[in-house]
Every structure is written in structure tokens, then in C-alpha cells.
Design a protein around this ligand. Structure first.
Ligand SMILES: O=C(O)CCC(=O)C(=O)O
Ligand SMILES: [Fe+2]
Length: 333
């Protein structure tokens, strides 16, 4: 339950249907509240939250935090699975990747426990709603982000810029992202900073530190944010390492940031459940996107049982959500 909270004299109600800050209250809150107090109860939901409540906040603020969605033991296991790879991982080679930040990828192949987070039902429910105008969505990248003490703040950005900075319409979401707190996420440790309600600001917007709030959360919690909201890693002023699992999803018709077919060796892919494989991209992303050989389903490369399966508009019919595609499909099958 969200507590009643006093913000600059205005009371934000605790009932789930009313827990959003008004536009005016948020503007005042973001501009005037001392940084140390800038964590809003209104942007946090409990692990029992419904998909609808989470999506309402996500669409409104550009992000939402689900508190302690998994127990700390899950993070312990992921840590153990990823630890062997850490010594070889280099720091970033520019200020955006972070010269005191390590990024460890291929988590579907390297961390069996991480697969459960990728498939988390609440996160997938939220993603599917946010990206509902596309026929399908897929895994975009899997990455452990580790900020060493002293790591400076990252430039505020929209993750959507990865697609060549294309100016997508503000009402078309291509991406739904998560940052799972592997360690506690305090402001001092460099909790991700977000500019609430910046998702319609456009590609050329400039925000400063004062416009941001830190996504403070406990280990096992998850920050979910759209590809359009401005954000960046905070400065790690503490003497502790800050870790987060960046597991992100994008619509099925764009190129994935982390190449899932090459990041996960085919021998490992062959052991994975079909749902996860489809999410990684072993399916068509819309009509003809991603077929192999003679218009065959990419899944046959994994199963390799000699059976040919031709893909066509029938597949799309099962997954289609956009009005334009439905109209086009009329009369084809
Ligand atoms: O590590 C973080 O807090 C955010 C990282 C990020 O936004 C990015 O690398 O795109
Ligand atoms: Fe980012």
C-alpha cells in the first residue's frame, strides 16, 4: 500500500487509483525538493502490484519501481553464476559506457537464474502492454552494470537513441527496460537518475541534475522505464560497488542491441524452453522478419528435427496487435 505523503504542502492520496502526483505537484516537487528527499513513494509499487497499476504509472512518469519483486537469494545465485566472467571484463572505453563501469553481457547463456528474471511474468505483462502497438516484442539486451566507487554520473539520455537517433513518434513505444537492483540502490551508490515525465521531451531536450530523482530501491527490486524517458547512472560517491541487471525488451521489428543469436551459443540455445527462445528472437518479428532459408520458422534451426515449417501471415495473425496489420491481414488467410 502506498502511504500518504506530503509534498510541498500538497497531500498525495494513498489509494492505488489516485496515487499519481498531479502535473503541478510533480513539477514543484522535482524542481524544489532537496535532492536527498527526492524519492517519491508514488512511483513505488509492491511486488503484488497489478500489471494495470504498474503500466499506468509507467506511462505517466516514464518509469515505475516494483519493490523487492525477487528475494535476495536470487541475486546471490546470479552473482555466483556471473562471478567467473568478471576478471576478464574491461571497464568502458568512453564516458558514456563509463571508464569505471563494467558491463557483463550474454546473461541468458551465462546465468541460468537470470533467465527467470528475463521471463518474469509481471515484467512481461507490463512490457506487452507498453509495446502493444507492435505485433511482437523480443529481448533487446541482457547486461550486468557494475559501477565502481568513484564512477561519475552518466550523461542523461533516452535509450531509444540507439536506433540511429531516429525521431520516433512520442506515442509509439519501442522499448521497455528494467534495471534489477543486484545490490541495494542508494543515491550515494549511484542509483539510476531519472527525469520524471520527460518521455515526450524529444531528442534534443537538455536536462540537468536538478531535474532528476534517484531510483532508490532495495536489492531484488526492479526499476522499469520506457525507452523514451531521460535517465542515466548516478555518480557512485560511496565506497561500495553498485550493481544492476539491465534486462531490456524491444519491438520485434527493430535490431536488437545485444545479438542474441551469437551471444548465446546454439548448444545452450538448444537446452532453453521455447518461450524464452521466442523472446530471444527465434520467431518472426512481424510478417517476414527473421525467417531462414525457404521462408522457414527460425525455430527449426534450434530444434533441427528435419521438419520444415513455413512461416507466413498465419503466424502474425496469432500475435498481431496493431490495427493497421489486422486490416491488412483481412482476406489474406
Ligand atoms: O547503470 C545505470 O544506472 C543506467 C545505465 C544506462 O542507462 C545505460 O547504460 O544506458
Ligand atoms: Fe540508458
Amino acid at each position: 500500500m502506498i502511504a500518504r505523503q506530503s509534498i510541498q504542502g500538497s497531500i498525495v492520496d494513498s489509494e492505488p487509483s489516485k496515487h499519481l502526483l498531479t502535473e503541478a505537484a510533480l513539477a514543484v516537487y522535482v524542481r524544489r525538493t532537496p535532492i536527498s528527499e527526492k524519492t517519491m513513494a508514488a512511483d513505488h509499487l509492491p511486488a503484488t502490484a497489478s500489471i494495470e497499476d504498474a503500466v499506468t504509472i509507467l506511462r505517466d512518469l516514464g518509469y515505475v519501481i516494483i519493490d523487492e519483486l525477487v528475494p535476495p537469494e536470487v541475486m546471490d545465485k546470479i552473482q555466483q553464476e556471473v562471478d567467473p566472467y568478471m576478471p576478464e571484463v574491461l571497464f568502458g572505453n568512453d564516458n558514456f559506457l563509463g571508464k569505471q563501469t563494467k558491463r557483463v553481457g550474454s546473461l541468458i547463456a551465462r546465468s541460468p537464474t537470470c533467465r527467470d528474471l528475463v521471463m518474469n511474468q509481471l515484467v512481461l505483462g507490463i512490457t506487452s502492454k507498453l509495446l502493444e502497438r507492435a505485433s511482437s516484442y523480443q529481448v533487446h539486451l541482457t547486461q550486468l552494470i557494475e559501477l565502481a566507487p568513484g564512477s561519475p554520473a552518466q550523461k542523461l539520455h533516452q535509450d531509444e537513441l540507439v536506433w540511429d537517433m531516429y525521431d520516433f513518434p512520442t506515442d509509439y513505444h519501442l522499448q521497455c527496460n528494467t534495471l534489477w537492483a543486484m545490490t541495494d540502490y542508494t543515491e550515494e551508490m549511484g542509483a539510476t537518475r531519472i527525469v520524471p515525465r520527460s518521455q515526450e521531451a524529444g531528442k534534443l531536450a537538455k536536462f540537468s541534475f536538478e531535474d532528476t530523482i534517484p531510483a532508490v530501491m532495495k536489492r531484488g527490486s526492479v526499476l522499469i522505464y520506457t525507452g523514451k524517458v531521460y535517465h542515466g547512472a548516478g555518480e557512485n560517491k560511496s565506497n561500495r560497488i553498485r550493481q544492476a541487471l539491465n534486462l531490456t525488451y524491444c519491438v520485434g521489428w527493430v535490431r536488437q542491441e545485444e545479438n542474441q543469436y551469437l551471444s548465446c551459443p546454439i548448444e545452450v540455445a538448444r537446452t532453453l524452453p521455447e518461450d524464452l527462445l521466442k523472446l530471444m528472437g527465434y520467431r518472426t518479428g512481424s510478417f517476414a522478419l527473421g525467417y531462414i532459408r525457404d521462408f522457414e520458422d527460425p525455430m527449426v534451426a534450434i530444434r533441427d528435427d528435419g521438419e520444415k515449417r513455413i512461416v507466413g501471415t498465419l503466424e502474425v495473425k496469432n500475435m498481431v496487435q496493431s490495427e493497421a496489420t489486422s486490416t491488412f491481414l483481412e482476406g489474406i488467410n
